[in-house]
Design a binder for this molecule. Structure first.
Ligand SMILES: [Zn+2]
Length: 468
């Protein structure tokens, strides 16, 4: 996947037009597209698919011989299931929604670059080797690796059924084509149809076994990046029957030549605009190279006079539309209000601005309004306690540095980490018992780094430093 991290680091984008209400916006904005699977990696190769289907068929035969096959015989009379959505956010995540869609089934059997999705669009892919995408790819957004590491995007059963195969212990931080095997759960429904849930996080698949039953909405696993994958996503693939195997596209649309009716209880719109997250940060979020976890720099408590990075994370932003953004004082009055033009269609995008934190203490509101959706994020402005203030005076010397960096802080430093300009963590150290007062960075090459100091109660300070 290609990350536009240059955009995050270099403040070089569009100048912001200032109107009467936006005088408090301290800086220009930045942001852009987040593009998932730019490399068109096949989720499952033909050889792998053949192995998966053979294994499913053989497991079904075994279950049948043991008289444990749940839907033997009955399947001819049942109608196909109506799926509920297979990805949901974990309770308590700070995000409003956790997913976006990068690719549907490729309805055009020709290749390469002959693509057609169910809606007659081109949100799908094929490749020169003859691979036509055979599923829907639902990826995590925003902070795709952080979501995987914190189990924030949960895969649930789209329909009730019987587990007919499961794989759980494969490597899960794939970034490109590698021919790896994925972690997956395979479910047969009452009509004999089968759904494949692929790319799960290692050891996340349900502890249930082959032959066990699952309910609709039941936990199956965590969105991960096992197998052929460029980042965490669920590949959801459906067969109306398995012996012989008949592949279908669960989305109904003008260009779905495989089946006429939708297999979704409530089919999601093709363009499904959403504000996935509205956040405040202490510094720009860093999207490192795959597969490192993002450094999100999320922060909700600010001191008067501090800078607040206000950010919005969109799914399916639409060309030619506007998003309205507002910061409201604790009493609800408008501190600033501006419109931002969205010039292109993107499956996922992020945009942020820098606001100088006002002196009025209390609970402020960061609000975005887009396509009829209104979302609020609260942040608090308050004078910091003495310990917090002490922490903010923490400093380092020497800077620029050569090898050992000394840390001076009146209150204890419990954790330190160093990231390079691309957001890759190059050093991390924690000491719960005593304050950390020096770090050895002899092995780093010359350049710019960011040191994060962490203390008690979410105290955090980021210091820019230069290795000579
Ligand atoms: Zn896929």
């Amino acid at each position: 996947m290609k990350l536009n991290f240059t955009l995050l680091i270099i403040f070089c984008l569009l100048l912001f037009s200032i109107d009467a209400n936006s005088q408090n916006i301290a800086s220009t904005l930045t942001g852009g597209e987040y593009k998932f699977n730019a490399n068109k990696t096949p989720c499952l190769t033909d050889v792998q698919r053949e192995e998966v289907l053979l294994k499913i068929k053989s497991n079904i035969a075994v279950l049948k011989s043991q008289k444990r096959l749940a839907y033997d015989g009955a399947q001819q009379r049942a109608t196909h299931p109506l799926f509920s959505w297979p990805v949901k956010k974990k309770e308590g995540t700070p995000y409003h929604e956790v997913w976006a869609i990068s690719n549907y089934v490729d309805q055009n059997p020709e290749f390469p670059n002959k693509v057609l999705d169910y809606n007659c669009g081109s949100k799908t892919y094929d490749n020169t080797a003859g691979y036509n995408h055979m599923g829907v790819d639902i990826y995590t957004w925003p902070f795709t690796w952080k979501m995987m590491d914190y189990d924030e995007a949960v895969i649930v059963a789209a329909a009730p059924g019987q587990i007919i195969d499961i794989g759980r212990n494969q490597f899960d931080r794939s970034c490109s084509f590698n021919n790896n095997v994925w972690n997956a759960v395979y479910i047969q429904h009452a009509d004999g149809s089968v759904a494949l849930y692929g790319h799960m996080k290692k050891n996340s698949p349900t502890t249930k076994s082959i032959g066990d039953m699952v309910e609709r909405g039941e936990y199956l696993g965590i969105v991960g990046s096992s197998g052929n994958s460029t980042g965490p996503h669920l590949h959801f693939e459906v067969y109306s029957s398995i012996n012989p195997d008949v592949f279908i596209d669960p989305f109904a649309g003008k260009c779905n030549d495989m089946n006429t009716d939708s297999w979704w209880e409530n089919q999601k719109p093709y363009v499904n605009t959403n504000i996935n997250a509205l956040l405040t940060h202490s510094a720009p979020p860093i999207l490192p190279t795959c597969p490192d976890q993002e450094i999100t720099n999320e922060k909700n408590i600010f001191a008067p006079g501090e800078e607040v990075y206000v950010a919005v994370y969109l799914r399916d932003q639409m060309k030619g539309t506007k998003i309205n953004l507002e910061v409201l004082r604790p009493n609800g009055s408008v501190y600033n209000n501006w419109d931002f033009d969205l010039a292109k269609d993107y499956s996922s995008s992020y945009w942020y601005w820098i606001i100088e934190v006002p002196s009025v203490q209390g609970e402020w509101t960061w609000r975005a309004t887009y396509q009829g959706q209104v979302l609020d994020h609260k942040f608090t402005v308050k004078t910091l306690g003495i310990e917090d203030e002490d922490f903010q005076t923490a400093s380092i010397y020497p800077n620029p540095f050569n090898d050992v960096v000394n840390i001076q802080s009146k209150s204890p430093v419990k954790k330190v980490s160093v990231v390079d300009i691309l957001g890759k963590t190059v050093m991390a150290k924690a000491n719960a018992a005593a304050s950390i007062n020096e770090i050895n960075l002899e092995s780093l090459s010359k350049g710019l780094y960011f040191l994060t100091l962490e203390g008690n109660d979410n105290q955090k300070k980021i210091i820019k430093m230069i290795k000579e």
